[in-house]
Design a protein around this ligand. Structure first.
Ligand code: SF4
Ligand code: SF4
Length: 497
């Protein structure tokens, strides 16, 4: 019996993450994206996943241009979603033709009923004169070859879809986090001869970014985390292809090395599957960063918050780190996200939860995160208030900052951003005698004894780790009329990293 994914390379290209950064860089971004597609095809990739709206709606035109420039064989999916209950098979058929036209193709190999969220949607899609009928017509007319579906459903619903016998392949979110949960689905798919195509293999980057927590998946010491994670998925015989949602050639090559490097994968598949199974714990409460929950009416960055919140789900594996700090750092470094205030603007409309592919408790989680933002003094309003309590408009003419570090300079920048140019003169102090009298960051660095000579009004200790020790060292200056204050309080996270 032939399968939908016979002769398909085990890594496919997902085109939802092509880099389009701004209208100004469109031409270069477009050329780079086309090159990425051509590079994938040159490396043997022959399955490409694309959908309306992918990569700021540019993915279709990128592929159209790439397909014109290559003689390599490729398979591509026409994906149509069944959300709109008023549409008929004719509407879906026309939409499919329009997608083929956008891709510059007369026919495509695969057709996908896109994103069935539950059993009810599945039944709607396969009703007479609905989406599935459109797929059948396309197949009868030779415009597509294989019909499949992508699902974000409970496992028993996925099994119902598999058991229906209507689909040759099913696209699922599968990775080291839900590996155990999905075993039943995969076993049933294998038994029924339904090919499994995998999306989200690295859980939105979480797995590669938390190597310590997932290193158990490595069978060989020299495997990269991406290789081990992808090989673990391909170890199940139902899985035929893993989609690499790459933005750059380097990212794509990291995926490709999972199947092209010699230690892979024909050998050791069973051993690998057993090893990851023994070590995996189910993590259904993880956000996969699918971003279906975007467009919050109150502009809350829900996918980013929920994705960073995964850090707390890794608790126990990353036990010796400050998880709150790791959370904020992740938000900052990965998403460049800052909070104006710790007041949660959520109106509990429920839109995000209805769309969440992982069934996450978003409203409660968002509220917890905003509480944590306030508690940790991470938002701009809390920091402004902190400065107001400490040094702003206190009548100080000369304020010293201790230590003379890059962190202190960053904190001064934050002060200026929040409260404007200071009305006091700034002095830098440090414990290190090597710095005294020298210039650092454009300021002369002074010692404790200089504070009295300079007639300093207040010294603000800005060290996160050593503020207690510094305070001990200089607190006797209070007897000389100098206020000694610390920026950070219990429960704060660093204001910079
Ligand atoms: S429930 Fe809250 S977070 Fe979710 S979309 Fe509505 S306002 Fe935004
Ligand atoms: S829909 Fe759910 S899983 Fe997807 S990004 Fe939003 S919170 Fe995460």
């Amino acid at each position: 019996m032939s399968h939908a994914f016979d002769n398909i390379f085990p890594i496919g290209l997902g085109t939802g993450r092509l880099l389009f950064t701004s209208p100004e860089t469109y031409v270069t971004d477009f050329e780079n994206a086309v090159e990425l597609v051509l590079h994938a095809l040159d490396q043997g990739v022959n399955y490409i996943d694309v959908g309306k709206g992918y990569s700021s709606d540019h993915a279709f035109s990128v592929l159209k241009d790439a397909f014109r420039k290559t003689n390599r064989p490729f398979h591509v999916t026409v994906k149509v979603n069944a959300y709109d209950k008023t549409r008929t098979a004719e509407d879906y058929y026309r939409e499919s033709l329009s997608i083929l036209d956008s891709l510059g193709l007369e026919r495509a190999s695969h057709f996908l009923l896109w994103t069935l969220m539950d059993s009810q949607q599945f039944h709607q899609a396969i009703e007479k004169d609905r989406l599935y009928d459109a797929a059948l017509r396309l197949k009868q007319e030779g415009l597509i070859k294989h019909i499949g579906t992508s699902v974000h459903m409970k496992h028993e619903d996925i099994i119902e879809v598999i058991d229906s016998g209507l689909f040759e392949f099913v696209l699922i979110s599968y990775n080291l986090i839900n590996l155990l949960d999905m075993r039943r689905v995969l076993d049933r798919a294998f038994e029924k001869g339904v090919d499994i195509l995998v999306m989200n293999p690295l859980y939105g980057g979480l797995i590669a970014e938390n190597e310590d927590a997932f290193a158990y998946a490595k069978l060989q010491e020299d495997e990269t985390m991406v290789q081990a994670a992808v090989r673990a998925l391909l170890a199940h015989p139902a899985v035929k292809c893993v989609l690499a949602g790459a933005s750059t050639k380097e990212q794509l090559d990291a995926y490709l090395s999972s199947v092209t490097e010699p230690t892979y994968y024909a050998q050791n598949k069973a051993e690998r599957l057993q090893k990851v199974t023994e070590n995996t714990t189910n993590g259904t409460a993880f956000c996969s960063y699918c971003r279906y929950c975007v467009n919050c009416p109150k502009k809350i960055p829900v996918p980013q918050i929920m994705n960073a919140r995964n850090i707390f789900r890794l608790n126990g594996r990353n036990a010796n780190q400050s998880l709150e700090k790791t959370f904020f750092r992740y938000l900052n470094e990965k998403f460049n996200l800052e909070f104006e205030s710790s007041e949660n603007p959520c109106i509990q409309c429920g839109q995000c939860e209805r769309k969440c592919t992982q069934g996450l408790d978003i409203i409660r989680s968002v509220d917890e995160i905003y509480q944590m933002v306030g508690r940790s003094c991470y938002d701009k309003a809390s920091r402004k208030k902190r400065f107001q309590e400490l040094i702003y408009e206190k009548g100080y003419r000369k304020v010293g900052f201790w230590p003379a570090s890059a962190g202190t300079i960053k904190i001064l920048e934050i002060y200026k951003e929040l409260l404007g140019e200071p009305t006091f003169e700034i002095f830098l102090f440090d414990s290190n005698a090597d710095y005294h009298g020298k210039e650092k960051f454009g300021y002369t660095v002074f010692s404790k004894k200089d504070a009295i000579r300079l007639d300093i009004d207040c010294i603000l200790i800005t060290s996160f780790l050593h503020s207690g020790a510094i305070y001990e060292r200089i607190q006797d200056l209070t007897a000389q009329g100098i206020d000694i204050k610390t920026l950070y309080r219990k429960d704060d996270v660093d204001w910079w990293w």
